[in-house]
Design a protein. Structure first.
Length: 177
């Protein structure tokens, strides 16, 4: 089960590294979904002979059935395995910084009654602030069509956290007996 959890984390990292390569991302997402779902299957198989684990897991299954995120990922895995690839939506975020310089100078102009002007006093411009040169930063996020509120990587991280917690709880149950 630890191997499957590690495999799930591996595919999450591959998704992070391939966020801009849609093909690679989708392949790694499919593998992530399959390996993530396998964590509890392997857990059940590994501890099948342990009575404390079986009692705990019966209760845990009921708890997991009410967890929307776990159910979402189970359904995604089932879809990928049985029906086809998951549809994704991408968003590109651009942040543009441009250079500006703020300076200050004073010019005193004397206006005569006949409408002519004379510069009486003028100071050299003094630079008060200078911004960085133009810089453009971009980031890219992918979203499930049916879960547009959080990006896929964030959801997958939350899923891995839940799976990790389940594995750690199971390990404690087994080692306490």
């Amino acid at each position: 089960m630890f191997e499957k959890l590690d495999e799930t984390k591996y595919f999450l990292e591959q998704m992070r590294l391939n966020i801009k390569d849609r093909r690679a991302f989708k392949h790694n997402l499919s593998a992530f979904l399959s390996s993530g779902r396998s964590v509890t299957f392997v857990l059940q198989n590994e501890y099948a002979e342990n009575t404390k684990f079986r009692e705990w897991y019966e209760k845990k299954k009921e708890e997991m059935k009410t967890d929307n995120l776990l159910n979402f990922f189970v359904n995604k895995r089932n879809y990928v395995i049985k029906e086809g690839p998951v549809e994704l939506r991408g968003k590109i975020f651009l942040e543009v910084h441009d250079a500006i310089t703020i300076s200050e100078s004073v010019t005193v102009i004397k206006k005569r009654p006949d409408g002519t002007e004379e510069i009486v006093h003028q100071t050299e411009p003094e630079i008060k602030a200078r911004a960085k040169p133009k810089e453009i930063k971009s980031s890219y996020q992918l979203f499930f069509e049916d879960y547009p509120d959080k990006d896929i990587l964030t959801l997958c991280e939350e899923y891995v956290e839940r799976l990790t917690k389940i594995v750690e709880e199971a390990k404690k149950i087994v080692s306490s007996g």
